[in-house]
Design a protein around this ligand. Structure first.
Ligand code: PLP
Length: 337
């Protein structure tokens, strides 16, 4: 019941370290783990500790809004780096006239589009960070839920020069209302991160950390992941089938191999913000892909989550979305290519 350590409850940090080294190939000691209020706080603390106003940050384009907001609030200048089938195009990082202080990446499962960063790109990005003295934030937010192929080890595990800050969360693997996440920081940065956390809100609730420690140690966490992987696989299949059945082939499904969301790309010239608004008015949550872009996007799309809805709700939702098609067509941008 007393005040706790700003880095987090030690037994919890020990089980996280063990979990990360066994399942994610992360090389760390419990002393490097800082328990956070979800990954958002990890991003905020990273911005506070590592960035000065005016510093440049390289972001995947499209990329995660939560990270964008955290870095912008610290006064950073965001630079959009395009992605392709191998993830962030690292040659574009190296071609920039000025090296950024930090690059934010989601290498296991690019958010929102879903590809995995290739081994060659990972090595190039680490080399860039080493040569330029920059930091890499690896946001490994949902890699537990991979449906095909083997899980991909972390970028942090390949880092031999302490350039990577690894960020994880229990929001996806368990549930967001828990507000528990963690970061793995290079050992010599731990005091600065600990001080920043202490100044922010001192520490995370010991009660939740202790309960989760037991949950993991007693094997319930591993069982939960196995069970949920099957469930999400079924929901993903239901969503892809519903899109095919109700919306036909003009909607392309992207990034359905892992995680709890996919992207349904919309025909050229459709305004996804408007579509998302119309969908929300009809009780359907569909985030516009363009909201993840710093620049004007080449293609519009909807980010469709399927973690919290059953197969029946998925079918009903997509059928409803298809019925809004007349609305979709009238949202065509007049001068679209
Ligand atoms: C890329 C990414 N990182 C992190 C998170 C989770 O954030 P938090 O742990 O703050 O709930 C999400 C949730 O959607 C996400 O998409």
């Amino acid at each position: 019941m007393a005040y706790g350590d700003a880095m987090g409850h030690l037994p919890f940090r020990e089980v996280i370290a063990e979990y990360l080294s066994t399942f994610r190939g992360v090389r760390c000691h419990a002393s490097q783990i800082l328990v956070t209020t979800g990954s958002q706080q990890a991003l905020q603390l990273s911005a506070q500790v590592l960035l000065d106003p005016g510093d440049q940050v390289f972001m995947e384009e499209p990329g995660y809004r939560g990270a964008r907001v955290a870095f912008m609030n610290a006064g950073a200048q965001l630079i959009a780096i395009p992605i392709d089938a191998e993830g962030m195009i690292v040659s574009e990082v190296m071609a920039r006239p000025r090296a950024a202080r930090l690059a934010y990446v989601t290498p296991s499962h690019q958010y929102p589009v879903g590809m995995t960063m290739s081994a060659a790109r990972r090595i190039s990005l680490l080399n860039w960070a080493m040569r330029s003295g920059s930091w890499i934030i690896e946001d490994d937010y949902d890699s537990e839920y991979r449906f095909g192929g083997r899980p991909i080890a972390s970028l942090q595990g390949l880092d031999t020069h302490d350039r990577v800050i690894y960020v994880g969360t229990f929001s996806k693997v368990l549930f967001p209302a828990l507000r528990l996440g963690y970061m793995v920081v290079p050992g010599d940065l731990a005091p600065a991160f600990s001080a920043a956390r202490d100044a922010a809100d001192i520490f995370s609730s010991t009660l939740y950390q202790a309960v989760l420690t037991d949950f993991i140690r007693e094997g319930h966490f591993a069982r939960h992941i196995r069970r949920m992987r099957m469930l999400y696989m079924e929901r993903r299949k239901a969503l892809v089938n519903a899109i095919r059945t109700h919306m036909g082939n003009e909607i392309e499904v992207i990034g359905a191999e892992a995680g709890m969301h996919l992207v349904a790309s919309l025909p050229l010239g459709i305004d996804d913000v408007l579509v998302s608004k119309i969908a929300a008015q009809n009780g359907i949550s569909a985030m516009p892909l363009s909201s993840c872009c710093l620049k004007s996007p080449e293609r519009a799309g909807l980010i469709l989550g399927y973690g919290g809805v059953n197969a029946r709700q998925i079918h009903d939702g997509i059928r409803k979305l298809a019925h809004l098609k007349s609305g979709l067509t009238c949202t065509k941008v007049p001068n679209a290519k």
